[in-house]
Design a binder for this molecule. Structure first.
Ligand code: HAM
Length: 431
């Protein structure tokens, strides 16, 4: 016997009724983005590897360990073998497109959103997959368009609070921090490295390595025994220069005015190198270890890092898989969508007429499940009860008289209706 094939570890199939929830989330996101005047961008799922190396940062976990990268062989003399990578995130791709299409030339802010798959070779667990979907948005443009303004940061955060509310996700926490400018961060890195020297030997093995290689990552440590020591380390807020402090204060002031609640989190430094100033995450307690619903921040130097013009920006990406998990927990399993009617042909001789009836009803906007004339009536009732609110019986007699029998599954009431009135009856809510 040949071996059965399965979806690759860390990937999965999404099936109905869960896909209905995915569609609802995407429709809500699109509607909120439209109200904030965002347009959709669709970039390729693979890019030149160097985009992520230069954009996200060579030293990050994402680039150094988690990317799906391959040498793409030349197919013609005119082509070169090229290192390509399945996108692990989409901000670098959006900024690449901004540069490539000279979107900054308009002098306006570009407000772009995307929905699509991303790929990271992480250890799979609940809420963490190797192919996952993000819903994200970016605001980017020349400084003259106001792209550096703290109002952009506050507006993005207020939009996220609105989107989560409209999705019906309650109980989220917004963690907010400022990682300052590139020089602020370098200064903080030095302070942290120095402060870690006397205490590193008391920390976990991972932190001992991080203390030397990448001190900022010590702040991500979740080991309980390390926490009291990490709490004594210097905080980045103290390393910010005057301009970064004023920027962050203005973000907080606008959030207070709009009534968006937040918690300041000095340890939120994020795992991608492009961040400057505002960084944030929205978490949800129902998610367990992978509790970040979304993350984002400002990236004022990213465009230049990948060869573009000065184009400050800010954005976020939501983990769509995690939004689904949160909503499923809140709604205790997505309710199955029932069809308006199950059409049960009595005998194979009426199969063709049943298809015609189904077509008639579907064209009037009804959701219809079509049975089969080879089923006994009992089997049709069982199948109908699982998939629809009502069953419509169509035999030779019904066809000849034009009077159909309809049974409502929830009330058990059976009625006879002329064919011309059938669609109106089926459109009524079930009793
Ligand atoms: P990120 O924090 O790496 O940021 O990812 C954003 C969100 O994607 C996470 O909060 C999480 O919900 C989801 N996510 C990440 N990895 C996985 C995974 N393996 N499985 C399931 N969900 C996952 C970024 O990607 C930035 N590009 C966000 C951004 C946009 N910053 C500025 N603009």
């Amino acid at each position: 016997m040949s071996q059965t094939l399965k979806a690759v570890r860390g990937t999965r199939d999404l099936l109905p009724p869960e896909t209905a929830l995915w569609n609802r989330i995407e429709a809500t996101a699109r509607s909120v983005f439209a109200r904030y005047n965002f347009g959709e961008i669709r970039t390729p799922v693979f890019e030149d590897t160097s985009l992520f190396a230069r954009g996200v940062g060579e030293e990050t976990d994402i680039v150094s360990k988690e990317m799906y990268t391959w040498e793409d062989r030349a197919r013609a003399q005119s082509e070169k073998t090229q290192s390509l990578t399945l996108r692990p995130e989409n901000t670098a791709g959006v900024v690449r497109a901004y540069i490539e299409h000279q979107l900054g030339e308009s002098g306006q802010l570009q407000k772009l959103y995307y929905i699509g798959p991303q790929f990271r070779r992480e250890r799979p667990q609940k809420g963490r997959y190797r192919q996952f979907s993000q819903i994200g948005a970016e605001v980017i443009g020349p400084p003259s368009a106001g792209s550096e303004s703290p109002l952009r940061d506050a507006e993005i955060l207020e939009m996220l609070a609105t989107l989560l509310d409209e999705l019906g996700i309650t109980g989220w926490t917004l963690h907010l921090n400022s990682v300052g400018s590139i020089t602020d961060r370098a200064r903080y890195n030095d302070a942290l490295r120095a402060a870690l020297v006397p205490v590193a030997s008391q920390l976990c093995a991972d932190c001992q390595r991080r203390a030397v290689m990448n001190p900022l990552r010590v702040l991500d440590c979740k080991i309980p025994a390390d926490q009291p020591i990490i709490e004594t380390l210097p905080v980045i807020a103290d390393a910010l220069d005057e301009a970064s402090r004023a920027h962050f204060a203005a973000v907080l002031e606008a959030l207070d005015a709009a009534g968006v609640p937040y918690t300041r989190n000095h340890r939120l430094v994020r795992g991608l190198d492009y961040y400057t100033r505002t960084t944030f995450e929205f978490t949800h307690g129902g998610l367990g270890a992978q509790n970040a619903l979304l993350g984002g921040g400002r990236y004022d130097g990213l465009s230049e890092a990948i060869g573009g013009p000065n184009a400050p920006g800010i954005g976020f990406a939501m983990g769509e898989d995690r939004l689904v998990l949160t909503l499923q927990a809140l709604e205790s399993a997505a309710a199955q969508v029932l069809a308006d009617a199950y059409i049960a042909p009595l005998g194979e001789s009426v199969n063709a007429a049943a298809l015609a009836l189904a077509r008639e009803l579907r064209r009037q906007g009804l959701r219809v499940e079509l049975g089969d004339g080879s089923f006994r009536l009992k089997k049709s009732f069982e199948a109908g009860n699982k998939s629809a609110r009502r069953i419509v019986i169509l035999g030779e007699d019904e066809l000849a008289s034009g009077i159909l029998t309809v049974k409502d599954f929830s009330s058990g009431v059976q009625t006879k209706v002329p064919r011309a009135e059938l669609a109106a009856l089926l459109a009524e809510p079930a009793n």
